[in-house]
Each structure stands twice: as structure tokens, then as C-alpha cells.
Design a protein around this ligand. Structure first.
Ligand code: GLU
Length: 466
């Protein structure tokens, strides 16, 4: 059997980390099993669905690299199919028209509540009722009246629901539009979904969906309901905790692999391994190993993992990410070795790609603005004289390499009996504008002779109060 999984977000809110983790588990399981992964946009709620939310889903999935083998399918494009199935179920007696009015149902509900009973549809139309003038009927599914449904959930184990607890669900509203639980059923059946992996807030829908699938002659898929993600304070994850659009992580400079790595570990473990490549995740993941307890989102750990991925990735793989962040601050370069060099020089010092881009500004601009504090500290006093000496020796350097620069600075420090810092700091301030940068030899090698000397020149002619 080929495994078919799907991610079926409703575009009613922004795709955030909770949804991404569900998508990831579905994608990973399909990849692990050599199966198929489908993307389905559940946009039947026209009032709450937005184009912006659809865009975040599509762009977010693309940025994460969670590529679908089929789709995106849109439920709003499948209404004819849903209507046909409703007609078929009505004809087979598996569904029926219900003419109960809202007022009647509310009155029944109030009585049930007063008797402390669970509110449920009383079944007035279940056994056939004449059409009532002026009432547009809804269509209800004829749920089995007896027996039980057992959901053999891969995360929660067997969960039993008594059919007497399940209402005759409305599958079409009085305006004829199909309802959410029904569309899911038709889609999962038509799309040959074998494994439904979704949030455990849907567990209560599952027995109804299974009953409908059975009525339609389909074999229900295997279900895995994954737990919620909580905020660091244990409350349901909300905007306050960073439950923002997944694209915001892109903007903040996170790597998709780091975010996926973080999310896979929330509720799943493989020994004590923390850092996973995509390939390692695929090889090790099994939905059966997902923990059923909810887990809390930890932004510091995500940041730590991000840097781990920045440190381990091939520099070439990080170039597109660096360029994307450089462009946001109006900078760019197509010089691949230069960009890779910057990545290697900077990645120990930045936790995000955004931070790396911001720290690397001085590599791209024509002239640096020198931080006055750094100038006062390192260019005043003897700093400028030191810089002039450095300039002289650097200008005479035959081969402009990191080793060459290193040799010049070491020799000068030895000749003057000074520490390397005394020699290097004025130079660092002159070429980077600040007192903090990657190792000075690497920095100069990347900047090149001309730019380095021009910046030293500019610093030497800058007025600094001594
Ligand atoms: N559309 C549902 C949601 O966004 C998911 C339904 C499902 O996976 O069956 O919560």
C-alpha cells in the first residue's frame, strides 16, 4: 500500500508553527514511507478564509521546502463533487432532509441543558418528515444509532466513541453548501488518503468522519492526532508567544531546516539527538513515536538550533539566505566566493541570517561610517600612528591573503613589543567602522587591498579629538 498523507489547513488564520508541525509530520511520514504528500486548502468557510492566509500557506510551504506531490487542491473548487455525494447519500437513505427550525432546536437544547444532558439533535426528522412550507431543509447524515466507533489512533492509542453520543451531523446547510466535516470525508476518500495526521483538536470529529466513510463504502484511513503546542508558560500557543505567520521566521533570519528541526523535536525524539538534517529526519521519523503530551514552545532553543544549522550547513547553501537578507537592507553581491567567505567568517558571531547580514554591512558599502566611540577609543592617542604604520606595511604586502595580513600584523606587534590587539584594533575600526568583527586577517582578505587601504586613508584623515 502506498502511503498517502495530506496537510489540510483552513486559510482562516495565519499558518503558524502549530500548523507547520502538522504539515511536517505528514510530509516526513510520506517521505519516510516512499509515499505521497498532498496539500489541500480547506477554504469552504468563505467568511473567515482570506487570500492573504492562502498566500502565507503557499509561500510558507515553499520556503520550508515541504513540497507537495499533489495539489494545492481547493475545496471551493469541488462543490459539484460534494453536491453529487450528498445527492447519492440522500438517495441511499444514508442522509435525510431535516426541517427543524433553529427556534425548535434551541428550545430542545435549552431543555436538555436544564436536565443536565449533553445537548444533541433529538432526531425529529430522522424517520422522515413532510417538507414544511417556508423551511429550507438542511441535510443530516444518518449516523448509526448503536454500537461504537474505535479510533485506533497512532498517537493516542485506541479511543472509543459510542454512537449514541454522536449526533446526526449536518452535511449540507439550508443554502445547499456542504459543511466542513463532510468535505473532509469526501476529499480523504477521493484523494486516497491512507494516513490522516492532524491536530488532536480534531479527534472528536473522527468517529463521525469514519461513520460517513464507512457509509460511502470507503475504508477509513489510519489516524494520528498530534498534540497541541503550548506557549513557554504552558498556556495555549498564541500570538503573544510568537504564534505568528511562518513567514515571519523567514524575515527574522531563521533557516527553514532549523525551524523544521525544532518542530520535529517538539513531541518526538530519536535517542538524544538534537540536530537533524532533513535527510536524517526522514530516515528516523515515525509517526508512532510521537508523544501524546503537549509540548511547550521554547524560542531560545529554536535560536540555538538556528545557529547550529548555520554552523553546519555548506556555505554555498546559505548564500541565497544571506542574499535575501542583504537585499532587505539594500545590499547585494553576485560574487559567490566573496559571499561564502563572509558566511564562514561571520557564522560563529550571528544566531540568525538577518543578524549576519546586518553585521556584514561593512563588506558591501563603499565607505564605512566610523562609530565615534570606537574612534575615540582606538584611533585617538597613539591609535592613528599605529594605523599609519600598519598601512605602510600592508601597502607593501606582495600577496593579499589572510596569511599575508596575519604575518604583517604579527611582525609589527613583535617589532614594537606591542600586543596584537594594540596593532589590530585601530585597523579594525578603520575598515569595519566598529571594534567588533571577524578575525582581522580574514576580514581584510575578503575586503581586498584597495578597499582596505582606502578605508585606512579615510580614517587617517578623519579628525579625532586626541
Ligand atoms: N482544516 C482543518 C484545520 O485547519 C484540518 C482538517 C484535517 O486535517 O482534517 O484545522
Amino acid at each position: 500500500m502506498t502511503v498517502v498523507t495530506r496537510f489540510a489547513p483552513s486559510p482562516t488564520g495565519m499558518l503558524h508553527v502549530g500548523g507547520v508541525r502538522t504539515a511536517l509530520y505528514s510530509w516526513l511520514y510520506a517521505r519516510r514511507m516512499g509515499g505521497k504528500f498532498i496539500l489541500r486548502v480547506e477554504d469552504t468557510d468563505r467568511e473567515r478564509s482570506t487570500d492573504e492566509a492562502v498566500r502565507v500557506i503557499l509561500d510558507g510551504m515553499a520556503w520550508l521546502g515541504l513540497t507537495a506531490d499533489e495539489g494545492p487542491f481547493y475545496q471551493t473548487q469541488r462543490f459539484d463533487r460534494y453536491r453529487a455525494v450528498i445527492a447519492q447519500m440522500l438517495a441511499a437513505g444514508q442522509a435525510y432532509h431535516c426541517y427543524c427550525t433553529k427556534e425548535e432546536l434551541e428550545a430542545v437544547r435549552a431543555e436538555q441543558m436544564a436536565r443536565k444532558e449533553k445537548p444533541r439533535y433529538p432526531g425529529a426528522c430522522r424517520h422522515g418528515r413532510e417538507p414544511r412550507a417556508g423551511v429550507q431543509p438542511v441535510v443530516r447524515f444518518r449516523n448509526p444509532a448503536e454500537g461504537a466507533v474505535v479510533v485506533e489512533d497512532l498517537v493516542h492509542g485506541a479511543v472509543t466513541f459510542q454512537n449514541t453520543e454522536l449526533d446526526d451531523l449536518i452535511i449540507a446547510r439550508s443554502d445547499g453548501t456542504p459543511t466542513y466535516n463532510f468535505c473532509v470525508v469526501v476529499d480523504d476518500m477521493d484523494m486516497g488518503v491512507t494516513h490522516v495526521i492532524r491536530g488532536d483538536d480534531h479527534l472528536n470529529n473522527t468517529p463521525r468522519q469514519m461513520n460517513m466513510l464507512i457509509a460511502l463504502g470507503a475504508t477509513p484511513p489510519t489516524y494520528a492526532h498530534v498534540p497541541m503546542i503550548l506557549g513557554p508558560d504552558g498556556a495555549k500557543l498564541s500570538k503573544r508567544h510568537g504564534a505568528v505567520s511562518v513567514l515571519q521566521y523567514e524575515e527574522e533570519g531563521y533557516l527553514p531546516d532549523a525551524l523544521l528541526n525544532y518542530l520535529v523535536r517538539l513531541g518526538w525524539a530519536h535517542g538524544d539527538q538534537e540536530v537533524f538534517t532533513r535527510e536524517e529526519m526522514i530516515a528516523a521519523f515515525d509517526i508512532k513515536d510521537v508523544n501524546k503530551a503537549a509540548s511547550a514552545f521554547n524560542p531560545e532553543k529554536l535560536l540555538w538550533l538556528n545557529q547550529q544549522h548555520m554552523m553546519r550547513a555548506a556555505p554555498a547553501a546559505l548564500v541565497p539566505h544571506l542574499r535575501a537578507h542583504l537585499r532587505r537592507i539594500g545590499l547585494d553581491s553576485e560574487d559567490q566566493p566573496f559571499l561564502e567567505g563572509i558566511i564562514v567568517a561571520q557564522r560563529e558571531r550571528a544566531k540568525t541570517m538577518k543578524e549576519m547580514a546586518l553585521n556584514s554591512r561593512f563588506f558591501f558599502v563603499e565607505r564605512v561610517d566610523i562609530d565615534p566611540k570606537a574612534a575615540a577609543k582606538h584611533l585617538a592617542g597613539g591609535g592613528r600612528d599605529m594605523l599609519a604604520k600598519v598601512r605602510e606595511r600592508l601597502a607593501a604586502l606582495p600577496q593579499w591573503t589572510a596569511e599575508g595580513v596575519h604575518g604583517v600584523l604579527n611582525d609589527l606587534a613583535a617589532a614594537l613589543g606591542a600586543g596584537l590587539g594594540k596593532v589590530a584594533q585601530p585597523l579594525r575600526v578603520a575598515v569595519t567602522g566598529t571594534a567588533v568583527s571577524p578575525p582581522i586577517d580574514v576580514t581584510l582578505a575578503l575586503l581586498g587591498r584597495e578597499r582596505t587601504l582606502a578605508r585606512i586613508e579615510a580614517a587617517l584623515s578623519m579628525p579625532v579629538g586626541d
